[in-house]
Design a protein around this ligand. Sequence first.
Ligand SMILES: [Zn+2]
Length: 329
Amino acid sequence: MTNLPCGIVQDLMPSYIDGLSCEETNEAVLAHIENCSECRQALDAMREKENRESADNNKKDVQYLKKIKRRSKIRVFSAVLATICALALVILLKLCVIGSPADPSLIRYASTVDADANTVQVSMMPIGGGTKLIDEKLTVDNDGRALISVKKARCLFGARADRMPCSVTVPLGDDNGSAPLSSIYIGDRLIWQYGLSISEKTIELYAARTPYIGNASAVGKIANLLGISSVCGNYLMSLQTSAEPYGMTLEFQEPCGDTEALNDNMNRFSSVLIALVDNLDRVSWTYTDSQGNACEQTVGSGDVLPQLNLKDCGKSELALQRLLNSLGL
Ligand SMILES: [Zn+2]
């Protein structure tokens, strides 16, 4: 085996290069190429080719791996994008189509009785732009209390809420066995009772009522809600709380040109104050007339509307609404 022919040695070369031949063959090949330059060159050429091929293969593998990596990146990105889109769609649906319960204090409303149709028409409008009212529902219980529930939703693409009126027709009842309508609520907010529309101002004033004249901030809030300073001018308020009859005094700061109007307005405002502050007995106001005379007026409970018990007028929204209506406020 020491002197193999060139053809056999070259046949053995691929196995030799790949390390597949046995020790004995390896030795015979090595011994041969030591003395045969032709076979040595053939072996070198074969090795070079082998190296080139394996480098090519490596390159292809790397490219393939890169491709896989790129694809999986695209896949992850697409999944994230799809999730974001789905979430956005859900949020959009929730905001614009499904909506959420509307806060009754953020709804402007009006009610009109349609005697011919025996119904009350309640129209509603959200306060604040960009929202609309949807999904209005009406239930009437056995006591004739009508409850309107409504949801608010965002307007899409700048649509204007005032072009999307929301109204509910409430039957007045008392026919085909249904109870006569006693009151209408939007959510927890009373808006109509026994034929009277209860205004937002009434609801706010009623919510601001207080048992004690000593509660200066509560009394001041009622005065603000009535708009006394914008109608009658700026004043300083003092409370007489040390002994009955309890009272309050408004000192108007600027000279008064139309004392008749001032006294008329103050008579009406004072009646509401007496109705809404349980232990307030009288309201006084002082002013300087155009001649520079210091004047003082006082009204007590029965002075302006002797037919009404003012204290009873502060006991319900309906009674307060009747008082405001009789006072023209
Ligand atoms: Zn040879």
